[in-house]
Design a protein around this ligand. Structure first.
Ligand code: NCD
Length: 338
């Protein structure tokens, strides 16, 4: 694809060479993410960060990524602080906000809403999650993390064995990740969920068409026994009609250190897009895994900054100028690693 000036709305936009390019640029962002160097390449540019659903990581990491490239961030969070509550359409909001910004990130509870907004926008729009549909930047950072974790064991993405666990019906991160894995070869995917929260059939079909092996099960112990990655997800309670309905599924698939030790191969990597639901009734990834070196959840979040810096640099066409506009930092945070 041509990145310059493009919206990033869906994984369907990318081919394998595009992913390679994003990862290459993300790797090159490390000195800036590590605060070894500072770049001002996006000085004067403004990111409009519009999050109409709760968000911590995605919103802050898009914002930090933009700041680390030298740009400024303006935010709207929640419908209640937006004129959308006064009946303003997405079209009008997009026309106005894109006049103030050079690029926009948006999260919205309705599927397709970010694409609708992008149609009216005068600047590139990056999808920060549209309902249960897609979350492309999360899938990119997930795959970037998988690639790094596998590389440390001398392995590549092709041939990956992965279990996706939890709410696969409403979980937009796993929808985007499955679509992304379709660009690779010979993947073995185990889908672990309650039957009612199964992965949409169209995505399973797409994976089988890509030549991947797809196993559908509700047996956690067996499914995590021969995988490279166990990717757990939260029950997406905000997509259920009632909290009580979500409660039916919460806590169904819990992974803790004892289960890990009993069933997983040594060095199975544990991932989760976060937030993990740490309430007693859910606890899909127990705190007793926190000291397990294979728990990659915080490395995932760190990698998100690199990947989002890469997306901004590509879409705003400054990749080749990032280093030219850089200098040493005046201070050094010796604790920061990636
Ligand atoms: C995810 C999301 O919003 O889809 N969070 C995130 O962006 N890392 C996953 C979730 O909320 O469960």
């Amino acid at each position: 694809m041509i990145f310059t000036g493009s919206h990033i709305l869906s994984i369907a936009q990318f081919d394998r060479a595009d992913i390679q390019r994003i990862f290459e640029v993300a790797d090159a962002m490390a000195p800036y993410a590590l605060r070894r160097r500072v770049t001002r390449v996006l000085e004067g540019a403004i990111l409009g960060n519009m999050f109409f659903e709760p968000s911590t990581r995605t919103r802050i990491s898009f914002g930090c990524a933009f700041n680390l490239l030298g740009g400024e961030v303006r935010e709207t969070t929640g419908f209640e602080s937006s004129a959308i509550t006064k009946g303003e359409s997405l079209y009008d909001t997009a026309r106005v906000l894109s006049g103030f910004s050079d690029v926009i990130c948006m999260r919205h509870p309705q599927e397709g809403s970010v694409a609708e907004f992008a149609d009216a926008s005068r600047v590139p729009v990056l999808n920060g999650g549209d309902g249960a549909n897609e979350h492309p930047s999360q899938a990119l950072l997930d795959l970037y993390t998988i690639r790094k974790e596998l590389a440390s064991k001398g392995r590549e993405i092709d041939g990956l064995r992965i279990a996706l666990i939890g709410d696969l019906k409403y979980g937009r991160t796993v929808h985007s990740l499955c679509k992304l894995l379709c660009l690779f070869n010979n993947i073995h995917i185990t889908l672990v969920s309650p039957v009612e929260l199964a992965m949409p059939g169209s995505i399973i079909e797409q994976m089988r068409e890509a030549g991947h092996t797809v196993v559908v099960t509700d047996d956690l112990a067996q499914s995590i026994s021969s995988v490279d990655i166990a990717y757990s997800t939260r029950i997406q309670e905000e997509r259920f009609a009632t909290k009580e309905e979500a409660d039916l599924y919460r806590g169904r698939f819990r992974l803790n250190q004892a289960i890990y030790t009993e069933y997983c191969e040594p060095n199975t990597v544990i991932m989760h897009p976060l937030p993990r639901d740490s309430r007693a009734g859910a606890n899909e990834l127990d705190n007793d895994l926190n000291q397990n070196p294979n728990l990659a959840i915080f490395r995932q979040a760190d990698n998100g900054v690199l990947v989002r810096m890469a997306l901004f640099a590509l879409v705003l066409d400054v990749v080749d100028q990032v280093d030219q506009c850089s200098r040493e930092v005046n201070w050094y945070n010796s604790l920061r690693t990636l």
